[in-house]
Design a binder for this molecule. Structure first.
Ligand code: XMP
Length: 310
């Protein structure tokens, strides 16, 4: 595919559709939403309002980092602090689907719907890609009908339009568009990060303390594997504990799993054959996190595993 033609066509289409109106866009910092942001900014300039919703389940320094990355390339992003909304909604939940649902509901029903209504925008941009649509149709993913999720009935609230400029692309295509748009490698080559963020990497309840543990482990894994060339790499916190021994005392500690995968589009994946020394180096740092005394490496391909744990 010729990605310059793709960019020009999408820019033209966005301009023709939005005309002199306002479009709203929620940036997550992932590749898909970053590319939508850059594409829509190219097409719409000031007629695009981009928000970054801090849900409190992001990686270390992520909200500030994403806003500053975009500020450097001239795209203003408004940071919305919604940490309390999300952590409140997740309190007490341990079931994976209930956790995901709570995050989706909080995002659409509480936080984003308020921003949509206050902004007066009639166009919502969404970073849906072809794989999302296929997995929704196949019943693997929950539906991506953003208007329904916002509680907006298109018949009644006629006028809202969802624009999905990446819906014909897969992840590799999205990265090509990022390059074509001149986005820095830091954005174009960012490893995928799921919308429900660290909640997909905490088995069991998501609490401030458990977030702190998985966040520290994530920083270690991302730093150590940033040059690995792998498709995706991260840390997971389990609910099981294991006996360990530290300073001559037995302790019942937390278990962190390291996952690192090779994949083209995340539909299938295999574990990366990381050098043993690298794994040992990661392990040595992970078990320094307070409360953690085991570090495991996940060898499972997708299928039968998924990439994430929740
Ligand atoms: P799974 O775990 O389904 O992940 O094998 C496949 C790819 O999708 C990412 N992922 C998500 N991305 N919202 C997203 O935007 C989600 O709810 C979500 N769940 C998983 C995952 O990181 C992997 O790259």
């Amino acid at each position: 595919m010729d990605y310059t033609t793709f960019v020009n066509e999408q820019v033209g289409e966005l301009k023709d559709t939005v005309k002199d109106g306002l479009a709203l866009n929620a940036l997550s910092g992932g590749v898909d939403s970053s590319v939508v942001t850059a594409l829509a900014h190219k097409a719409l300039g000031d007629q695009l309002k981009t928000v970054f919703i801090d849900n409190g389940i992001m990686r270390e320094g992520e909200p500030e980092h994403v806003v500053s990355m975009f500020s450097k390339i001239g795209i203003p992003v408004e940071l919305v602090d919604s940490r309390a909304d999300f952590l409140g909604a997740l309190k007490g939940l341990t079931d994976p689907e209930e956790k995901r649902q709570a995050i989706t509901d909080t995002f659409y029903r509480n936080v984003f719907s308020r921003i949509v209504k206050d902004s007066g925008a009639k166009y919502l941009l969404h970073g849906t890609i072809l794989t999302d649509i296929e997995e929704t149709v196949a019943g693997i993913k929950r539906q991506h009908n953003i208007l329904a999720q916002l509680g907006i009935d298109p018949e009644k609230e006629y006028g809202y339009q969802v624009l999905e400029p990446l819906k014909t692309l897969r992840k590799d295509g999205v990265r090509e568009v990022a390059k074509t748009l001149g986005l820095p490698d830091e954005i174009a080559k960012r490893i995928p990060f799921p919308g429900p963020a660290l909640a997909t990497r905490i088995v069991g309840e998501v609490t401030a303390e458990r977030l702190d543990t998985v966040r520290k482990a994530t920083t270690i894994v991302e730093e150590e594997l940033k040059d690995s060339g792998a498709f995706q790499y991260f840390a997971v916190l389990l609910t099981d504990n294991a006996t360990g021994i530290r300073d001559n005392k037995r302790e019942f500690g937390e278990i962190i799993v390291v996952r690192c995968i090779e994949s083209v589009d995340a539909r299938t994946a295999t574990a990366t054959r990381l050098p043993w020394e690298k794994l040992e180096k990661i392990c040595a740092q992970i078990v320094e996190i307070p409360g953690v005394n085991r570090c495991l490496y996940d060898l499972t391909p997708k299928p039968p595993a998924t990439v994430e744990y929740v």
